[in-house]
Design a protein around this ligand. Structure first.
Ligand SMILES: Nc1ncnc2c1ncn2[C@@H]1O[C@H](COP(=O)(O)OP(=O)(O)OP(=O)(O)O)[C@@H](O)[C@H]1O
Ligand SMILES: [Mg+2]
Length: 498
C-alpha cells in the first residue's frame, strides 16, 4: 500500500482535428511529491492536465487513483476526487470577495435549508484557510483589488477548502516577483508535509530543481521519461527539445547609434512620476522593478494606451503627438503587452490575421490585400520563431499558450516598428523559444531598432540589456550600466520607498 502510486495516467491518447496532442502519454505520481511536467510549447502538458481535471474527454487510456480506475468527466467530478487546478490566468470571479470565491458553489448552509448561506461559517472557514497560507487578508476583501500573487493564493485556498489531495499548478510563478516565489515555495513545502501532492508545470529549470521531486518530460505529445529533479539541466533540455539549443543569450554589444526615442517629464497622476529617459538605436534597455512599480504603466503611457497628464515624447529629436496606439504605431513604436489574451491577440482569428493586423498596410496594393505576399511573410515568421502550427490559417485559440505568445512577437515584427516595448515576452515560453526570442531581439537592435525590455526575471535582464532603469512607485530611482548592474543592486533600488 505504501508503494502504491497515488495517481497513474496510463497511455492517454487525445486528438484534435489535424493533431494528435497526446500519443500514449503515461504519468505516475507518488503521494506527497511535487511532480514536474516539463516540455516545450505545444508538447501537450496543458492538454494532459485538462484531461485529468475533466475539462476534456480523452480518446483512450485510463486513469487510476490509489490503484482504482476512475472516470473523470467534469471538473466537478475531478474536484470530488480531490483533484484541483490552479490556472495561470486567474479564474476567480472578480466582482465577488475572497470568501465568496473560495466557497463558490459550495457555500456552507444553515442545516438542510437550500437557500440560506451561513455567512458566519463562510467567513470563519475562509479565515482559517487564509491563515494556513499565512495570508493577512480579510475574507471580505474584493478579489478585484488583489494582486496576481494574492489571486493565486486565493485559488490555493480554494483548493484547500475543497480538500484537494492533488493540486495542479500551471506555470504558477509566471506573474510573481522573487519574494512571492519564495513564499509560494514555502507554502508548497508546508502543504507537502501535510500530504498534499502537486503536479507542477513550469519552464524555469532552476526553480524546478528548487521545488520539484521528480520530472516527467513530454515532447510532441509523447512521454520521454521520468527523472529525478536533480538531473543536469543540459540533459533536461536535450530530453525536451530532442536537439541542442543554441546560446540562450546571444547578445552582441556595440556602441549605440542615434537617439530614437526620448521621453521627458512624463506624469500620470498616482501612477507615474516625472519619468525621463531616452533610447538609442542598437540599445536594449531593461526596466526593472517590483510588480506594481509602474513598468507596464510606463509602456502603456508612451504607447498611447493610457492617458498621460503631462510629458513630451520625441522620435529622432522631433516632438510627436501620441494619444492613441494608432498614433504610436504610425510613429514607429510598438508594444508587446504582457497580457497576451486581453490586449494583443484575437483568439478567434487565424495566425495570419493576427500577424498582419497591426502592419496591414504593407501588404496592401490600393484597397486590396496582397495575399501571396502576406502568406509568404507569415510563413517566414512561423519558421523563424518555430511556431508550432499546421497552417497560417489555423485559429490562434487552438495553439498552445507559448505558441500564442510567439504569434504576438511575430505581429510586432511585421509592423517594422523601430522602438519596441517588450513586456515580459518570455513568460510561459520554453527554453528553445526563449533563445529564439532573445536572438530576435538581438537581430532587431542590430538592424537599428531600440527595445525597452520589461522583465521580472533578473538573470534575463542582466544578460541581455545595455543598461537598466529601476522603477519604484512610478519613478525611475536609478539607472545602472551593464557593468554596475547586479541582482543585489537591482533589488536594493527596487525596494526603495523613496
Ligand atoms: N482546443 C484545441 N484545438 C486544437 N488543437 C489544440 C487545442 N488545444 C491544444 N491543441 C494542440 O495540442 C497540442 C498540445 O497543446 P498544449 O496546450 O497541451 O501544449 P503545452 O505543452 O501546454 O504548451 P505550452 O507550454 O505552450 O503551454 C498543440 O499542438 C496545440 O496546438
Ligand atoms: Mg500549456
Amino acid at each position: 500500500m505504501g508503494d502504491q502510486p497515488l495517481l497513474v495516467m496510463d497511455r492517454i491518447v487525445k486528438s484534435f482535428p489535424g493533431v494528435r496532442a497526446l500519443d500514449q502519454v503515461s504519468l505516475t505520481v507518488r503521494r506527497g511529491e511535487v511532480h514536474v511536467l516539463l516540455g516545450e510549447n505545444g508538447a501537450g502538458k496543458s492538454t494532459l492536465m485538462k484531461i485529468l481535471t475533466g475539462a476534456y474527454p480523452r480518446d483512450s487510456g485510463s486513469i487510476l487513483l490509489n490503484g482504482n480506475p476512475v472516470e473523470i468527466e467534469s471538473p466537478q467530478q475531478a474536484l470530488a476526487l480531490g483533484i484541483s487546478m490552479v490556472y495561470q490566468e486567474s479564474h476567480l470571479a472578480r466582482h465577488l470577495n475572497i470568501a465568496e470565491n473560495v466557497f463558490l458553489g459550495r457555500e456552507p448552509r444553515y442545516g438542510s435549508l437550500p437557500g440560506l448561506i451561513d455567512r458566519a461559517a463562510l467567513w470563519e472557514h475562509t479565515r482559517e484557510h487564509l491563515a494556513e497560507l499565512n495570508l493577512s487578508l480579510s475574507p471580505r476583501t474584493a478579489v478585484r483589488s488583489l494582486s496576481a500573487a494574492q489571486c493565486q493564493m486565493v485559488e490555493i485556498a480554494k483548493a484547500l477548502s475543497a480538500e484537494a489531495r492533488i493540486i495542479i499548478l500551471d506555470e504558477p510563478t509566471a506573474a510573481l516577483a522573487e519574494k512571492e516565489i519564495d513564499r509560494l515555495f514555502g507554502i508548497i513545502r508546508a502543504l507537502k508535509q501535510r500530504g498534499v501532492t502537486f503536479i507542477y508545470i513550469s519552464h524555469r529549470l532552476e526553480e524546478i530543481a528548487a521545488v520539484g521531486d521528480r520530472i516527467t518530460v513530454l515532447r510532441d505529445g509523447r512521454t520521454i521519461g521520468t527523472v529525478p529533479s536533480a538531473t543536469d539541466p543540459r540533459e533536461l533540455i536535450r530530453m525536451m527539445a530532442g536537439r541542442e539549443i543554441g546560446e540562450l543569450f546571444p547578445r552582441d554589444f556595440s556602441a549605440p547609434g542615434e537617439e530614437l526615442l526620448r521621453v521627458e517629464r512624463l506624469r500620470r497622476e498616482g501612477v507615474l512620476r516625472d519619468i525621463s529617459f531616452s533610447a538609442r538605436a542598437g540599445e536594449i534597455i531593461g526596466l526593472a522593478g517590483l510588480v506594481g512599480s509602474g513598468r507596464t504603466e510606463l509602456a502603456r503611457a508612451v504607447f498611447g494606451a493610457d492617458r498621460r497628464d503631462s510629458g513630451d515624447i520625441y522620435i529622432r529629436g522631433e516632438s510627436v503627438e501620441i494619444d492613441t496606439p494608432e498614433q504610436a504605431i504610425r510613429a514607429g513604436i510598438g508594444y508587446l503587452s504582457e497580457d497576451r489574451k486581453l490586449l494583443s491577440l484575437a483568439l478567434g482569428l487565424s495566425i495570419r490575421a493576427n500577424v498582419t493586423l497591426a502592419g496591414l498596410k504593407k501588404y496592401c496594393r490600393g484597397p486590396f490585400i496582397h495575399q501571396g505576399k502576406e502568406y509568404q511573410a507569415v510563413e517566414s515568421y512561423i519558421k523563424e520563431l518555430s511556431i508550432r502550427a499546421r497552417h497560417p490559417d489555423q485559429k490562434v485559440r487552438t495553439l498552445s499558450g507559448g505558441n500564442q505568445q510567439k504569434v504576438v512577437v511575430a505581429r510586432w515584427l511585421a509592423t517594422e516598428a523601430r522602438v519596441l516595448f517588450f513586456d515580459e515576452p518570455t513568460v510561459g515560453v520554453d527554453v528553445g523559444a526563449k533563445a529564439e526570442i532573445f536572438s530576435l531581439m538581438n537581430a532587431l537592435v542590430r538592424r537599428g531598432g531600440a527595445i525597452i525590455f520589461i522583465s521580472s526575471y533578473l538573470p534575463e535582464l542582466l544578460a541581455i540589456c545595455d543598461r537598466l532603469l529601476v522603477l519604484s512607485r512610478g519613478k525611475i530611482v536609478r539607472e545602472l550600466s551593464r557593468e554596475e548592474a547586479t541582482q543585489e543592486e537591482i533589488l536594493y533600488y527596487s525596494a526603495l520607498g523613496n
